[in-house]
Design a protein around this ligand. Structure first.
Ligand SMILES: [Mn+2]
Length: 422
């Protein structure tokens, strides 16, 4: 099986697919899957642009809407996670994962799925300590603060991924695991990206949550994006332990290293995306502590026995099959011939895929319901203590130092070294 991995998509599906089709032709090979490590920008229409945290001059429709509307069809199965530039309202609809467009699958805020015999896991968003222990309290339409915190990783989602015991083949995170630069040629890295130097030396470059997951899951492959450069590292987990090949890739621009083809041993294709039994069991088991308010949650160390749940999920999957529920369009796609979009509701939309999955798992729908969430938190669960401290109010510089590489690069004006080497 041949998998293409790319860094940030930034809504440029047309160019990435064209590049891959060209590659298939000149190399005379078949690509089975495209993995994208975030900043996908699944913008369906102008309304979605309001939930995308980018500077006004980057607020453009790009090309996802064509694949959403059906005007174009993704030529390769595509799996992506979220980054920090997303149509966050749309990704929230698909919190548990689902088809963002035909043949384009969103892994969810956290998720594990199967593709052929491979198990692919991922964590969306970027790490920011200030919001880590809060619930998912943001609801569209987002205010100035929520539009930036919605993509900050929450401990709850990491905790779920920490329950995974069966081997993961590939893991995706948008920002790099904290400390990963120690395992690669960081001196070479800062020669091109000298604005990383301070954070590398202070050991603050990257996601603490991703580092914990890397240490727990020890997947053979880990791919990231976010910092808009290529960087490889080799992590040996203890003496004689498992090895993780880490690779970060650039964004899609001419002369930039944004794509890598990786080959995996597998049975002959074609391959399909399927639900993962262990992950669905974790999802079902942990839904009762799904935090949906600004309350601090102390979830650390929560352990639940999954065995009975595994059995239950297995029999449900055997009865229904494990293919994800079908894609369903929920909003009118962008129409380039219509300059102003018809007025539409800017609130949360219940995505039928999410509703079907929750019905399948016999779970309540909570994504639009803060009330339900606070009731849940009042339940006396001995292992979880929700103290009443509100999340710290958001200040101007709430994001980590390197949160938006576009901005830094703009300041740097792509120095010569950068262009030459990418
Ligand atoms: Mn990013």
């Amino acid at each position: 099986m041949r998998i293409a991995v790319e860094g940030c998509m930034h809504g440029d599906l047309d160019n990435v697919y064209a590049t891959l089709l060209h590659l298939e032709k000149v190399e005379n090979m078949k690509i089975d899957l495209l993995l994208c490590c975030g900043d996908f920008q699944a913008v369906r229409n102008q309304k979605d642009l309001e939930s995308l945290n980018v500077k006004p001059k980057y607020r453009s429709m790009n090309s996802f809407w064509k694949y959403y509307s059906g005007q174009e069809v993704a030529p390769f199965p595509t799996i992506f996670i979220g980054g920090n530039h997303e149509a966050s309202n749309y990704l929230w609809e698909l919190y548990y994962g689902g088809w963002a467009a035909p043949n384009i699958y969103f892994l969810g805020f956290a998720g594990v799925i199967k593709f052929g015999n491979l198990r692919i896991g991922g964590l969306s968003g970027i790490y920011n300590e200030r919001h880590y222990q809060l619930g998912h309290y943001e609801r569209p339409p987002y205010n100035e603060s929520d539009i930036r915190s919605i993509y900050h990783v929450r401990e709850y989602d990491v905790l779920k991924l920490m329950q995974v015991e069966e081997p993961i083949d590939i893991f995706l995170s948008h920002d790099w695991p904290l400390g990963i630069t120690d395992y690669g040629n960081w001196r070479e890295l800062i020669r091109h990206k000298h604005f990383f130097e301070k954070e590398i030396q202070e050991k603050t470059l990257g996601s603490k949550a991703a580092a914990e997951l890397l240490d727990k899951l020890k997947p053979p492959y880990w791919f990231s994006a976010h910092l808009h450069c290529k960087f490889a590292a080799l992590v040996q987990h203890g003496e004689g332990g498992a090895v993780t090949k880490f690779l970060a890739l650039d964004k899609c621009l001419p002369r930039r290293k944004f794509l890598q083809i990786v080959e995996f041993e597998s049975e002959p294709g074609p391959y399909e995306i399927h639900y993962d039994e262990e992950w669905l069991a974790i999802t079902r088991k942990f839904n009762f502590v799904f935090p949906l308010t600004r309350q601090h949650m102390q979830l650390g160390g929560l352990q639940l026995d999954l065995q009975d749940c595994r059995q239950w999920v297995r029999s449900r999957l055997n009865a229904r099959g494990s293919k994800p529920f079908d894609f369903i369009r929920t909003v009118p796609p962008y129409d380039p011939f219509q300059s102003v979009m018809e007025a539409s509701l800017s609130g949360h939309c219940r995505n039928p895929q999410t509703e079907s999955l929750l019905r399948f798992l016999e779970l309540p729908y909570l994504l639009d319901n803060a009330l339900e969430a606070s009731r849940l938190q009042q339940n006396p669960v001995s292992l979880i203590s929700g103290d009443n401290t509100e999340g710290v109010l958001d200040g101007e510089n709430e994001d980590a130092a390197i949160d938006d590489v576009d901005e830094i690069e703009e300041l740097e004006e792509f120095d010569d070294v950068d262009v030459k080497h990418n």
